[in-house]
Design a protein around this ligand. Structure first.
Ligand SMILES: Cc1cc2nc3c(=O)[nH]c(=O)nc-3n(C[C@H](O)[C@H](O)[C@H](O)COP(=O)(O)OP(=O)(O)OC[C@H]3O[C@@H](n4cnc5c(N)ncnc54)[C@H](O)[C@@H]3O)c2cc1C
Length: 389
């Protein structure tokens, strides 16, 4: 749903301008230095990029799912690391609060997340709890009016620079699986919470990812998202369900850019006396990529509209994430092929995107996990339909 087409067109044009004129020229520099210049982060704040998904009542733009998807397709047409700087705040790092936070928690944190004053992160994964996040072993033990948290989170986007951590821990040691897990809001500076230096990664340089260590970290009972223990896994799934549509949009943007880059290269590079774009086998790579971009974009926008209409899109969100991330990987692979040897050399645009987008098939549910979930839901829905006949 697009609420105000004219106003939204202006917002989109402003984002597009920022991406093209301020971020794209810095892509190679950020890849090499592993840092987004502070002036660019300040521009992200002034453009309101940190608050797009946060409700207007708390200082954000309150974008609908369709609006947010269109913005995501724009912001991810430059190196995806730029979007990762504010993407937590406008995605999983704020969504738990938006969907399940108490009024007091929302008032305390959402305006600061929306303005970008505070950077948030979502700390679910652990060394022995990845795809099976319900296996998490971080504990939160009640001690008077406080919980004492112990455990270690890994692969947490923005952990090294975050000011606010949404940490998932087991509050009921006797409960198995998803039950007995609670989400805690923990500000940086809380004794017992520390973040080691960021990992060195394959791609998305400039987007710090690292561990969160919790050692006798004492937080008040009021730090539980929503105030009630035991609801944390449900909260995480609600946040991730929306995030999957966001992420799918973020997979479309790089593919749009790479089709443009492929066309530029194919029309300017000459071999055998003609532009390589005139060879049908090169045309096939461009055409297949463009078709897939259009298919993914259509799927993402259709799912976002359904979500805006209040429909349950759990399965469709999984399909979006799976299809768009796999599509983006295929397009990046073809882009390297169209660039030839140059596509394998550092600082080439295809080489950089190839590394950067590899992550999309891994986080927020691997492709295999989404396939398994889609299959389960497809079978279950077929059985329901059969029973109703
Ligand atoms: C750069 C980066 C940023 C991240 N950011 C965050 C973050 O901000 N917050 C956060 O909480 N987490 C984050 N993650 C963690 C990410 O969500 C996990 O890496 C992901 O869920 C996979 O878990 P794993 O790495 O432990 O892999 P594993 O679960 O060990 O999976 C390994 C392989 O086994 C397959 N597999 C596992 N189970 C099944 C199954 N049932 N059926 C079929 N195949 C299966 C997987 O698909 C995969 O191919 C991030 C990860 C990375 C790399």
């Amino acid at each position: 749903m697009i609420r105000n087409p004219e106003g939204f067109a202006r917002l989109l044009a402003e984002v597009r301008q920022f991406v093209r004129t301020e971020c794209m020229p810095l892509e190679a520099q950020v890849d090499q230095t592993d840092e987004i210049p502070p002036a660019i982060v300040e521009r992200m704040r002034s453009l309101g990029l940190f608050g797009h998904s946060i409700p207007e009542a708390y200082g954000g733009a309150g974008l609908t799912s369709e609006e947010l998807s269109l913005v995501n397709i724009e912001v991810s047409q430059c190196a995806t690391t730029f979007r990762a700087r504010f993407g937590g705040n406008t995605g999983i790092a704020s969504e738990s609060l938006v969907v399940d936070g108490t009024e007091s928690q929302k008032k305390t944190w959402l305006p600061r997340l929306a303005s970008g004053e505070v950077t948030g992160c979502f700390a679910l994964t652990e060394p022995d709890a990845g795809s099976d996040a319900t296996a998490l072993t971080t504990t939160a033990v009640l001690d008077g009016d406080d919980y004492v948290i112990n455990g270690r989170k890994c692969f947490i986007t923005n952990a090294p620079i975050a000011d606010l951590f949404t940490v998932f821990a087991r509050t009921d040691a006797s409960a198995k699986g998803a039950a007995g897990i609670s989400a805690f809001l923990i500000p940086r500076g809380t004794p017992g919470l520390s973040t080691p230096p960021a990992y060195r990664k394959m791609g998305q340089h400039g987007s710090p990812v690292g561990e969160v260590v919790l050692q006798d970290c004492r937080v008040p009972v009021s730090a539980i998202v929503g105030g009630q223990p035991g609801q944390g896994f449900r909260t995480a799934m609600k946040a991730l369900n929306k995030q999957r549509i966001n992420l799918a949009g973020l997979c479309v943007g790089p593919a749009v850019r790479l089709v443009d880059e492929m066309v530029d290269r194919a029309t300017s590079r000459r071999q055998f006396g003609q532009a390589i774009a005139e060879f049908q086998l090169v045309q096939q790579m461009i055409a297949e990529s463009n078709v897939e971009v259009h298919a993914a974009r259509a799927l993402v926008l259709e799912t976002a509209r359904k979500r805006d209409a209040g429909e349950d899109v759990t399965m469709e969100a999984s399909m979006c994430k799976l299809f768009a991330s796999e599509m983006c990987g295929r397009v990046a692979d073809r882009a390297v092929q169209v660039f030839g040897g140059g596509g394998y050399v550092a600082d080439n645009v295809a080489e950089r995107f190839y590394r950067d987008v590899r992550l999309f098939r891994l986080y927020e549910g691997t492709s295999q996990i989404h396939l398994v979930n889609i299959a389960k839901r497809t079978v279950a829905l077929a059985q329901v339909r059969k029973a109703a006949e």
